[in-house]
Design a binder for this molecule. Structure first.
Ligand code: HEC
Ligand code: HEC
Length: 282
């Protein structure tokens, strides 16, 4: 009988460890891993769809162009009629870049954002010579940049001048689509990888973290400044809250644009690593 009770108690403890403990951690990604297909098999429609996914943040790992190019936020120009706008930019007297065609202008906007800065959208104090746009080329392969171009050209009825990759360009690589199952993205192993994977650098700067965003508070010394944000809250708790629930406290003078839901996308290990690194950033 005693053994029987021990077994019951033991099972109850094990059960609660496995049900209650995970509830205290940020949720892990639970949707099924993406399916894949050969890049070489992409049709034009699928290619444009990939560009749309990049734009909307479903692909590329930096939160999407929509992080900034959302007309409601007014942080970046609204990307409408880009097939025509891209040609007009080349005729702008301020244009000093290397592009000769609209397509090249769009590519340059992503590869070298500061080559031409749309008036009024430069980094504060730079007199529109420095773009706050993040370096997309760190996140996207050349053919994915072309997919984004195809999406921008086509979405308001323009002609698409870029081609889907051939099998060779894609290097026989596997891509999202129909077919076999791909591995889920590997967990970030260092804070630097973490910032890249989740696109924190689109907005934030952190000197040791290797990111240089200009739209949100500099996190280089958040371990000190974070302790002063909320009375009675430690820097560590404040950082946890900032990531899991960005609207709980808005830093004065800053726009409330930090996306919610980061906690749902990262693993508990990634989250704890990032919080520890930021809390030590004094
Ligand atoms: C961190 C914010 C941010 C992100 C993310 C971002 N952009 Fe931008 N982008 C800007 C800002 C600000 C400008 C205006 C300054 C400039 O011209 O560089 C801009 C300018 C542009 C322009 C030139 C627009 C024009 O009217 O001439 C294009 C094209 C563009 N972005 C495309 C993209 C695409 C495609 C993505 C996603 C793959 C993207 N951007 C992601 C902030 C961002
Ligand atoms: C689209 C831009 C954007 C992205 C992407 C973003 N943040 Fe933020 N974040 C902000 C802004 C703006 C604020 C200040 C306003 C506020 O308090 O919400 C902020 C505030 C914070 C703060 C508090 C800063 C302070 O000085 O009090 C922390 C910590 C933070 N973010 C961490 C992160 C981390 C970690 C990531 C990536 C997982 C991230 N953010 C991604 C825009 C962003």
């Amino acid at each position: 009988m005693k053994t029987f009770i021990k077994v019951i108690v033991f099972s109850a403890v094990i059960l609660s460890v496995y049900t209650i403990f995970p509830m205290t951690l940020p949720q892990q990604r639970s949707e099924p891993p993406p399916l894949e297909e050969k890049v070489g098999a992409l049709t034009m429609d699928k290619f444009i769809d990939i560009g749309k996914d990049i734009f909307e943040g479903k692909r590329g790992g930096f939160g999407g162009c929509i992080l900034c190019h959302d007309p409601k936020l007014r942080r970046a120009p609204e990307l409408v009629n880009m097939h025509a706008t891209s040609e007009d930019r080349l005729k702008d007297p301020r244009y000093k870049g290397k592009a000769k065609k609209g397509e090249e202008y769009l590519r340059e906007s992503m590869m070298e954002p500061s080559a031409f800065v749309v008036a009024g959208f430069g980094v504060a104090g730079s007199n529109d010579t420095k773009s706050p746009m993040l370096e997309i080329k760190k996140y996207l392969k050349p053919w994915e940049i072309n997919a984004a171009i195809a999406f921008l050209q086509s979405k308001d009825g323009g002609e698409v001048t870029v081609q889907p990759p051939t099998g060779d360009e894609g290097g026989g690589e596997k891509e999202a689509g129909a077919g076999a199952v791909a591995a889920p993205p590997a967990p970030a192993r260092t804070p630097q990888e973490f910032f890249q994977k989740y696109g924190c650098g689109a907005c934030h700067k952190h000197e040791k973290g290797g990111i240089a965003g200009a739209l949100a508070p500099d996190l280089t010394h958040i371990g000190s400044s974070g302790a002063k944000r909320r009375p009675g809250m430690s820097a560590r708790d404040y950082i946890r809250e900032s990531i899991l629930n960005p609207t709980a406290f808005i830093v004065p003078g800053m726009p409330p644009i930090m996306p919610p839901g980061f906690g749902d996308r990262m693993t508990a290990g990634e989250f704890e690593m990032a919080v520890a690194f930021l809390a030590d950033s004094k």
